[in-house]
Design a binder for this molecule. Structure first.
Ligand code: SF4
Ligand code: SF4
Length: 558
């Protein structure tokens, strides 16, 4: 049952087993400001405060699946060519026991089509690992199969339900809603604990209240919500994907139901977050209060296993080279887990990994851009996550009634605070009010450059130059963009032209010097650093620091 990537089932498993009094509160405290102060001082604070072990593991038993869901994050259907053999899987169970794994979820594809799922579950139980399964529910229609599940003594059976009958079947397979619905009854009759897992899409969001009533009627005890992300069969422009501002709808729903104190616990997966504005601490579940998000735990307390033995920090991360830490056929799991170079994106996290809005976000050091898998799915960077309620609230469109002067004034303040993304939104609005304002175009060029959108920055500088062709500021800006776009010679020529027009601009000399350093033209770099110093001796500290770095580059032995 591969839904829109597995997104983690950690909370789901925890809740049902009633062990969710997360270490967070005990070990780290739960005051957000305190936590932030600690991670601002040391971005590895959370990692260092927690025991590092594969506490929660998700194991893709097979990629084979009896469905072809259109939102499947790993395009499941056919098994991998090189899936682990029964003996190799048994060896892995023992290794997981040695590493003190506490809970493990069997996942697919559809894990229940794997011929050895029961033996694997048993072997893991012998290692004191609590075992769960997440299934698409297709096979639960058969009482004898439900007997087998009962006998396997799984601590919970999670069933993917992505909407009411029509929308669920449209995504998955015709007839599947009816089958899983009967399956829930059969499992409950056998006293097997059942949870529901829903991928929130535009369709399921509309049916969220109906789904809630359905689960209450069915006696489901836990319901995990996670958002769909553009991986596998879901493309980035798929109309099923929800928009960032709709995360608020999910929170509103959670708060509303929490107030009702229902028998059904609703739990948010890691990819729904992260810091709803106005709430210092907030809930991620209807069951408890005040659980702050403390960053992705992949490779810290979470581990993912692909059916061919590839190991990742989390099963939700795509199976690509940069996330594969090793393969258990080649290297024992213990060695992979204990590799000092392994899982570096979390174990050696630095704020430099953050990009886009997350780079300037006040929560960045603690949040680490939320769910790495979701961030990657949207931006191909684990450090820039647009699916964030905090970001959505900050990036919301500026007040359309603000006049140009107010927009610029507010924009300047944001720039002073290094809040470039928010400033960008304001200035984009300002240029729509007056498209000929070359000063605004220059600032937009600067903001795009600072947020890493070099092509957009170049376009704004170009538009400014069409209005004011000899503007040294836009020439220099365009030049810097060209350098970033791997057109260094063109870039240098543009900055030189800016200097010809106005030789007395500190920044132009300084920036040109930096470009010369980048292109290893050290003598020219020195000359322009010195020119910059002559223009503004008050900035000698900055220039002298650059000059001594240049010296080191020039004479590495000195
Ligand atoms: S903007 Fe990024 S770093 Fe800030 S809370 Fe959202 S996901 Fe986390
Ligand atoms: S990638 Fe990190 S945040 Fe996302 S589901 Fe996995 S462990 Fe959780």
């Amino acid at each position: 049952m591969r839904h829109s990537r597995s997104c983690d089932l950690n909370h789901l498993i925890s809740l049902v087993e009633d062990v969710v009094e997360e270490v967070q509160t005990e070990e780290l405290g739960n005051n957000l400001d305190d936590l932030l102060a600690c991670t601002d001082r040391d971005p590895l604070y959370v990692y260092k405060s927690k025991k590092c072990y594969p506490r929660t593991v998700v194991w893709e038993l097979t990629l084979a699946c009896n469905m072809r869901c259109s939102h499947c994050g790993s395009s499941a259907g056919i098994s991998r060519r090189d899936e682990l053999s029964r003996d190799e899987m048994f060896g892995l169970c023992d290794e997981l026991g040695e590493l003190e794994c506490e809970r493990l979820t069997l996942l697919g594809g559809e894990p229940l089509v794997h011929p050895h799922w029961e033996e694997i579950a048993l072997r893991l139980k012998e290692q004191d690992v609590r075992v769960n399964v997440i299934t698409n529910g297709w096979m639960l229609d058969d009482p004898r199969f439900c007997d087998r599940i009962k006998n396997a003594d799984l601590s919970i059976v999670g069933i993917s339900i992505d909407g009411m009958e029509k929308s669920h079947d449209a995504l998955r397979r015709r007839g599947s809603f009816k089958r899983l619905s009967r399956g829930i009854d059969l499992l409950r009759a056998r006293e097997v604990p059942v949870a529901a897992v829903t991928v929130v899409t535009q369709d399921s969001l509309k049916e969220i209240d109906e789904l809630y009533d359905f689960f209450i009627d069915k006696g489901v005890k836990v319901w995990q919500l996670q958002i769909a992300a553009p991986l596998g069969r879901l493309l980035p422009d798929d109309p099923l994907l929800i928009q960032p501002h709709q995360i608020q709808v999910i929170y509103d729903f959670l708060y509303k139901k929490k107030a009702l104190k229902p028998g059904l616990t609703i739990d948010l997966a890691d990819n729904i977050g992260y810091f709803p504005s106005g709430n210092n601490t907030y809930c991620r579940t209807t069951r408890r209060n005040n659980k702050n998000w403390i960053g992705c735990m992949a490779g810290i307390q979470v581990l993912g296993i692909d059916s061919n033995g590839d190991i990742k920090g989390c099963q939700s991360l795509p199976s690509i080279q940069r996330f594969i830490e090793g393969n258990v056929r080649v290297t024992p799991l213990k060695e992979i887990w204990n590799n000092p170079e392994g899982f570096s994106y979390n174990r050696r996290f630095s704020r430099k990994q953050l990009g886009g809005y997350c780079a300037d976000c006040r929560y960045g050091s603690l949040c680490k851009a939320g769910c790495s898998s979701t961030a990657y799915a949207y931006t191909r960077s684990i450090g820039d996550n647009p699916m964030c309620i905090y970001r959505a609230s900050r990036e919301k469109a500026p007040d359309q009634n603000m006049n140009l002067g107010q927009l610029k004034k507010q924009g300047r303040k944001l720039i002073e605070n290094n809040e470039y993304r928010r400033a960008l939104r304001l200035y984009e609005h300002a240029i729509s009010v007056n498209p000929q304002d070359w000063r605004v175009l220059d600032i937009l060029g600067f903001l795009c450059y600072m947020t890493g959108s070099f092509e957009d920055a170049a376009e704004y500088c170009g538009r400014s130059l069409e209005i004011k062709p000899d503007n040294p500021y836009s020439l220099k800006g365009l030049g810097l963009c060209r350098v970033e776009m791997d057109r260094a010679q063109e870039g240098i020529a543009l900055i030189q032209k800016a200097i010809e027009i106005d030789p007395e601009v500190f920044d132009a000399h300084f920036d040109l010097a930096v470009v010369y350093v980048k292109t290893k033209q050290y003598e020219k770099a020195r000359q322009h650093f010195e020119n910059a110093l002559a223009i503004d001796p008050n900035r000698s500290r900055e220039v002298n620091r650059a000059l001594s770095q240049l010296e080191r580059l020039n004479n590495p032995s000195s």
